[in-house]
Design a binder for this molecule. Structure first.
Ligand SMILES: C[S@@+](CC[C@H](N)C(=O)[O-])C[C@H]1O[C@@H](n2cnc3c(N)ncnc32)[C@H](O)[C@@H]1O
Length: 372
């Protein structure tokens, strides 16, 4: 049960959330405007806001926001005690929008997983996970990725000395598996075509031991600026960045050993972490983004060296954006052959990472090699 102060803050934030003001942005703004809130209260309020969007369709739509938030927290507590008490049939119609069933199989395991609170994953610098875990405390490991740590403590990690010294990045386990699948070598030349804030770029740079060159492009100048700050903190300098929106000419005539297209997508795979997006993402978004993904893959394909590898990753699980895009791309590019993913002992060239299997974001990864 949340106390009335916590519920009051949650309700005030919920009142500001809209399709143009996502829950995470509303939370950030509220905390910025209410700097005096203690860390413990902030955590409870964040949890309450996200819990509300997981259980939104169970609560009385006509009730006051405080009452709705209280009911959602109550449902969440009951679910935690006994996840099987909520029927999978009910989850399939209430926990996700109706259109999703046409785009993916809604298994009970998947539906129950996205009703849980998400895990917090860190990526330690190569080979330093155990040392970092000792100094942070409250860390768990996984067999899936050598540098991944599941942090279960309550520290604000952004305020730790270890973070400011560049000893780790906050990076979801599934995103780390994309970097591992890319498997770049020291001295190679790579292109991270949708680099964003550079979470995966930094992982590529670490695997390349800060040697060779990564072209870092994105359509957003702001995100590239954030990447520069992150790379300075991590002391990784084997990169060159440029604005590129996927439509104009290529940013360089260079040919690459590897290209990563971590494409813009509907983000269905992040709905455990970001449940508000379940109620703002539409089938039109899925269709539009699938077309953008295919276009980006077409555009970068000619920049691979013979023997070079192309990795396509999206944090979504819809058929239209994942297998349909990969199949259409393969059909149009006979010069690129599907290549085994170098991750999780995979015998596949394309693979879904399901949230329930990894306690992490849902993701799809596919890989090709250029012949010749
Ligand atoms: C999934 S995010 C990338 C996340 C990033 N790779 C990381 O690991 O932090 C997709 C990125 O694609 C960029 N983007 C969207 N449309 C694009 C386009 N047409 N061309 C290039 N980048 C685009 C977005 O700005 C966004 O940063």
């Amino acid at each position: 049960m949340a106390d009335s102060t916590t519920l009051n803050h949650i309700a005030r934030i919920l009142a500001n959330v809209s399709p143009s003001m996502p829950a995470d942005a509303a939370l950030r703004r509220y905390f910025y405007e209410h700097k005096y809130l203690a860390p413990q209260l902030r955590r409870a309020v964040s949890k309450g806001v996200f819990t509300y969007f997981r259980w939104k369709n169970w609560v009385n739509p006509k009730a006051a926001l405080q009452t709705k938030a209280d009911h959602a927290l109550d449902l969440d507590a009951r679910f935690k005690q006994n996840p099987n008490s909520t029927k999978a049939e009910a989850l399939a119609v209430r926990a996700v929008p109706e259109w999703l069933a046409k785009e993916m199989e809604l298994t009970p395991e998947y539906l129950r997983q996205i009703q849980r609170e998400p895990a917090l994953w860190l990526r330690a610098r190569p080979g330093k996970a155990h040392k970092l875990a000792d100094s942070l405390g409250n860390c768990k490991f996984t067999d899936h990725a050598p540098d991944a740590i599941n942090y279960v403590g309550e520290k604000d990690l952004f305020r730790t000395a270890q973070f400011h010294e560049g000893q780790f990045e906050i990076q979801d386990l599934s995103s780390q598996l994309v970097g591992i699948a890319a498997a770049p070598s020291a001295g190679q030349t790579w292109w991270d075509a949708c680099a964003g804030d550079g979470g995966k770029t930094l992982h590529l740079a670490d695997q390349m031991q800060n040697k060779g060159l990564i072209w870092v492009t994105d359509r957003s100048e702001k995100r590239l600026q954030t990447f520069k700050k992150r790379s300075t903190r991590a002391k990784l300098y084997n990169h060159r960045s440029a604005l590129w929106d996927g439509t104009a000419g290529l940013p360089t005539k260079a040919k690459f050993d590897g290209i990563l297209v971590d494409a813009p997508c509907s983000g269905v795979g992040t709905w455990q972490r970001n449940p508000h997006a379940r109620w703002t993402t539409t089938m039109d978004d899925v269709r539009e983004l699938a077309a953008v993904q295919l276009e980006l893959l077409h555009r970068v394909a000619g920049s691979l060296k013979p023997g070079g590898r192309l990795i396509y990753a999206v944090c979504t699980l819809t058929r239209s954006e994942t297998t349909d895009v990969a199949n259409a791309f393969s059909a149009a590019h006979p010069e690129l052959v599907p290549a085994l993913l170098q991750v999780l002992g995979s015998q596949l060239s394309a693979q879904f990472l399901w949230p329930q299997d990894f306690n992490a974001n849902g993701m799809f990864i596919a890989s090709w090699t250029k012949t010749g």
